[in-house]
Write a protein that binds this ligand. Structure first.
Ligand code: URA
Length: 238
């Protein structure tokens, strides 16, 4: 972790205030003055500010039921930021593990642990994301008809999204009805779900994320809670 980030995680200083005290030589790492804010440190290094030992706050892991019309971003834009729903201190330290489009609802994971969020969407770990998708056009014979099977096969074998060279990883499609499906994917490409359905000439009218790995959305819209230890450690971490 960068030294200035560690200072933010262990004091009430902002990033720019942390830089000032570092440049002023007030921060020691293992007894030596370090004046570069970007120096990499380990949390088990002995770090002091004005002689006081600093300890980083524990990482936070949160689920939020994202409402429609909110932005997966730390700042408000055309729509309000999802962080308005989380009245915690130091939310600037938090980031989103796998953004959702403004009109998408459902499970949003929020943390200050960069390695954890990287693993959630690292295709190497094949962490499953389950989306409930409401389609514009009904799929004929959705239970066991030929068209439905053909679409399921296409999703299973991988689709070539517009502007991309590689096929999508195998995805599972289950029909709830002709216009409602559950889609399980293990990657997080840009607008992936909408683009996958565009590939087969359909369109997503409404999109909702229900589950990421073993973490299942179970709070009401606009509500949040901390993840349990089991949920946190269910994300692969090698
Ligand atoms: N895929 C999309 O197209 N949009 C989302 O918000 C999430 C996945």
């Amino acid at each position: 972790m960068r030294l200035d980030k560690f200072l933010c995680k262990s004091t009430e200083l902002t990033r720019s205030e942390a830089t000032v005290v570092i440049l002023a030589g007030e921060v020691l790492v293992n007894g030596e003055v370090v004046t570069s804010a970007s120096s990499q440190i380990h949390e088990n290094n002995h770090i002091t500010l004005d002689g006081e030992k600093l300890t980083a706050r524990a990482s936070r892991y949160i689920m939020l039921h994202k409402p429609a019309g909110t932005l997966s971003s730390n700042v408000d834009g055309d729509h309000p930021s999802v962080f308005n729903f989380i009245p915690l201190d130091n939310t600037c330290e938090l980031h989103i593990a796998g953004r959702l489009d403004a009109d998408t609802t459902g499970l949003l994971l929020i943390t200050d642990d960069g390695r954890w969020s990287f693993n959630v969407f690292n295709p190497k770990y094949r962490c499953e994301k389950v989306y409930r998708v409401y389609l514009r056009d009904p799929v004929e014979g959705e239970i066991c008809g030929e068209i439905a099977l053909e679409i399921q096969n296409k999703f299973e074998h991988g689709l070539k999204l517009q502007g991309e060279d590689t096929l999508t990883l195998p995805a599972k499609l289950e029909f709830v009805s002709a216009k409602e499906v559950l889609l399980t994917i293990t990657e997080g490409r840009y607008h992936q779900v909408k683009r996958m359905f565009a590939c087969i000439g359909n369109r997503v009218n409404r999109l909702h994320r229900e589950q990421v790995g073993k973490i299942r959305l179970d709070v009401d819209v606009g509500q949040w809670r901390y993840l349990t230890v089991d949920e946190i450690t269910s994300i692969p971490h090698h």
